[in-house]
Design a protein around this ligand. Structure first.
Ligand SMILES: *[C@@H]1O[C@H](CO)[C@@H](O)[C@H](O)[C@H]1NC(C)=O
Length: 472
């Protein structure tokens, strides 16, 4: 941090405001980190549940595999690497990250990662270690990216600071990473760095960051298409013979080199590369197994195909979290629903208390600090162009001003009720999955509506156009 007096030509008032801003940001960071740490004191996924345990054990097992086996065996089923037991199915960067963590683990207590004998290892010390790795990842990758993004946003200082607090206290990510146990802050954080690269017109930096995100978690592929389309369009807009072409070649080379670096140990033979790919995108696993959006889940309910759990709404998080600053009302709503959609999973992990506290706190701060609740006019929701467009065909078309607010309230009440019911009542014996299915269905309907809304927004006035203007 800079000290107050050092900036030349600054009036006393400006210096004071700058100091105030920095102390506010420091306080916000302290609050966000405290919340994360408090959530991490709770149980994690699969705690004390042999034989398979949960995501926590998966991450620990990857450390065990990567430090004890040569890199060429990581993704293969061998006598010392049974892929049926949490076999590595994330891209190489996750594996390297596990390896780094494993070195630290080994220096503290080699029992934590000894081959075979460490399976299902649980102790207070180990939990502390694992929690610290998530904490560090969040602190190093995700939080700085959000700080940078908010700093770049337009608007008065007060609003930016409020947005920062709200974004950093979004419960979904905190609960999944620091409660359930995952490292989404790394892949999401890298993706935000990629976006920042585009916003500041540092496309090569952005491409590298985004390639790293992709190589950390294959789910980032969902974000890859818009990302690379933007890059392509950005280059094509310039003339394709001179500057534009050079730019395009530079980007392509950057992407290729980044990928090659991440995949280096697996490029030694075709068999290696194919095996990794096969692990990342298992074709034979069936569409419904995991990592498939809510729509599929709900469809499968209707078709009674398979049990429903853990809908992955993270795909949407990056874009919507960053809209919190621009369209607080809809973003708050969406983010609350996305947290709610994970409720069955969080309940199973024993995270009811942190879920309740963080969700209520988030609702409170977004409504008070961002006045999300007062920003419901067509203009605030950026629906003005849309409603004008509709009115051209249906002249009497209006949206009552209280409509959005009322729906939001009803939806909140429904979520609270459904949460309370699933936490307290036991489902009827013939319908053991009743509550998770209801939660999934409820969230799915919401997501479809949000999808429509964000598409309308996008078509009537693309948000990134605004950013482009800002950059120029
Ligand atoms: C994978 O290896 C394990 C032993 O580590 C073995 O029990 C299992 O049958 C193997 N699976 C396949 C599909 O070969």
């Amino acid at each position: 941090m800079r000290s107050v007096q050092e900036v030349p030509g600054e009036t006393e008032g400006e210096a004071r405001r700058r100091m105030e801003r920095w102390s506010l940001i420091t306080m916000i960071l302290a609050v966000s980190l405290t919340v994360r740490w408090t959530v991490s004191l709770n149980p994690y996924s699969g705690a004390g549940k042999p034989p398979m345990f949960g995501d926590y054990e998966a991450q620990r097992h990857w450390q065990e595999i990567t430090i004890n086996l040569p890199v060429h065996q990581w993704y293969f089923n061998t006598s010392s690497n049974n892929l049926k037991y949490w076999g590595l199915d994330y891209p190489p960067l996750t594996a390297y990250h596990s390896l780094i963590c494993a070195y630290v683990a080994k220096s503290i207590n080699p029992e934590w990662i000894s081959l075979h004998t460490s399976r299902g290892f649980e102790s207070l010390g180990h939990k502390l270690f694992m929690r610290v790795t998530v904490f560090v990842a969040d602190l190093v990758v995700y939080i700085p990216a959000i700080l940078c993004y908010i700093h770049h946003c337009e608007g008065p200082e007060r609003k930016k600071v409020s947005s920062l607090l709200c974004v950093l206290l979004y419960p979904g990510l905190i609960l999944i990473d620091h409660g359930h146990f995952q490292y989404n802050s790394i892949s999401l954080g890298l993706a935000v760095w990629g976006l920042l690269g585009l916003l500041f017109d540092r496309v090569l930096f952005g491409s590298v960051a985004f390639c790293l995100a992709l190589n950390y978690k294959q789910m980032e592929l969902y974000h890859a298409l818009p990302f690379f389309c933007y890059l392509l369009g950005n280059s094509l807009k310039r003339d394709l013979k001179g500057e534009g072409m050079i730019r395009l070649i530079k980007i392509a080379l950057t992407v290729l080199i980044s990928f090659a670096c991440c995949w280096l140990p697996f490029l030694t033979s075709l068999q290696q590369s194919l095996q990794v790919l096969q692990r990342l995108f298992p074709v034979d696993r069936g569409l419904f197994e995991d990592k498939v959006g809510n729509v599929w889940c709900s469809l499968s309910v209707i078709l009674k195909v398979k049990k429903v759990l853990s809908p992955s709404t993270q795909v949407w998080l990056r874009p919507v979290l960053l809209l919190l600053h621009e369209i607080p009302f809809m973003a708050t709503w969406f983010l609350l629903v996305s947290t709610f959609s994970m409720f069955p999973l969080l309940l199973k992990d024993g995270l009811l208390l942190p879920y309740t506290v963080t969700s209520l706190a988030f609702l409170l701060i977004t409504t008070t600090l961002l006045s999300a609740f007062d920003k419901v006019s067509l203009e605030d929701l950026q629906l003005q162009p849309f409603s004008q467009g509709v009115r051209r065909y249906i002249p009497q078309f209006t949206i009552p001003p209280q409509f959005a607010k009322l729906t939001f309230l009803l939806s909140i009440i429904a979520m609270a009720t459904l949460s309370m019911i699933s936490a307290t009542l036991s489902p009827p014996p013939q319908l053991p999955d009743l509550f998770p299915v209801l939660v999934s269905l409820f969230s799915c309907i919401h997501f479809l509506i949000f999808l429509m809304y964000f598409n309308i927004l996008h078509l009537s006035e693309p948000l990134y156009k605004k950013h482009q203007r800002k950059v120029k």
